[in-house]
Design a protein around this ligand. Structure first.
Ligand SMILES: Cc1cc2nc3c(=O)[nH]c(=O)nc-3n(C[C@H](O)[C@H](O)[C@H](O)COP(=O)(O)OP(=O)(O)OC[C@H]3O[C@@H](n4cnc5c(N)ncnc54)[C@H](O)[C@@H]3O)c2cc1C
Length: 283
């Protein structure tokens, strides 16, 4: 076990102080929120940084704001806080369901939404649920705030579209309105499991016809992915058993997962189709 005592950790009290520290290479530190990813990585051999900048409990990152068309969730909001924030559950239910599956209660109490997104693991549970909202990420730096669509936020395996001097401030998420959302995670166990595959969806059906569809999967590619082909196939069609059969097959043909210690590629491909079926049958 490595010790973190050699890391010079700064504890800014405000976002302004934090972005000032991050602006210069001389003072910039590895951003540290709940530490539930970083502490594990450091203990398992990832080199310790010389400096870290704590964003834990920064007031500007801990707010949840509700607007008529959207909600904004601070990057420092924990999974536990999200699960308790019942006033937003009806607007982003898939995200709440995803947060509720992260680790166990102890991890949910410490792990943050921003940390989950920035860690950019393909198995990060909240990413597909964020993606299907069609929302964006707000990034803060000394130069001001910048908005990046979630669709372009995860740029590669464990890579995000944030500069080293930027801090994730919040997630700006359109409310689901009359659409239905679903989140399902397949792991080896019911709790404390890293996903083999997980899916989130936001689908609007009016008078039996699918009017809008957003479906995203995790753990099937280097980044979380939207199933654009399946979405395009569904929109404008009547929801029927035959449509569901075809969508399941299309999803299985579209995804190109890899095999690793958690699953074979074949299982992931099969399960991807089953999760699309589940989302549609849930409508
Ligand atoms: C036992 C255990 C079980 C777990 N189970 C799950 C699970 O089921 N599903 C799952 O998805 N994850 C799981 N995790 C991983 C982890 O708990 C989550 O990813 C958590 O949300 C990370 O948040 P954090 O605040 O602890 O991030 P940290 O560890 O503090 O940081 C993670 C990364 O995000 C960056 N970062 C943090 N905040 C910001 C910010 N505001 N702006 C920019 N970058 C930032 C950090 O620099 C770092 O690169 C588990 C971890 C453990 C130890």
């Amino acid at each position: 076990m490595k010790t973190t005592e050699t890391i010079d950790i700064r504890f800014p009290k405000t976002l302004a102080e934090a972005v000032r520290l991050q602006a210069s290479e001389k003072t910039r530190g590895k951003l540290l929120a709940g530490g539930t990813d970083l502490m594990v990585q450091w203990a398992s051999g990832v080199p310790l940084p010389a400096r870290a900048t704590s964003v834990w409990d920064l007031p500007e990152l801990c707010a949840i704001e509700v607007f008529p068309d959207r909600i904004e969730i601070g990057a420092g909001v924990t999974h536990a806080f999200l699960c308790d924030a019942v006033q937003i559950h009806r607007h982003v239910p898939a995200l709440i369901a995803a947060a509720a599956t992260v680790g166990a209660k102890q991890i949910q109490a410490r792990g943050t939404l921003g940390g989950n997104a920035a860690n950019a693991s393909p198995a990060g549970d909240t990413a597909p649920a964020l993606l299907v909202t069609g929302g964006s990420v707000l990034l803060a730096s000394l130069a001001g705030a910048r908005e990046v669509p979630l669709a372009g936020f995860w740029t590669g395996y464990r890579q995000i579209a944030a500069r080293p001097d930027e801090i994730i401030l919040a997630f700006r998420l359109p409310k689901k309105g009359k659409a239905k959302e679903r989140f399902r995670k397949i792991g080896t166990r019911r709790a404390q499991a890293i996903s083999k595959v997980m899916a989130a969806s936001r689908i609007l059906v009016e008078k039996g016809t699918i009017r809008a569809a957003a479906i995203a999967l995790g753990s099937v590619a280097p980044t979380p992915v939207r199933l654009a082909e399946v979405e395009a196939f569904l929109v404008g069609n009547k929801l029927s058993p035959q449509l569901i059969d075809e969508a399941e097959k299309l999803a299985q043909a579209t995804v190109k997962p890899i095999a690793d210690i958690r699953s074979t590629a074949e299982y992931r491909r099969w399960a991807s189709g089953r999760l699309v079926r589940d989302a549609l049958e849930n409508l």
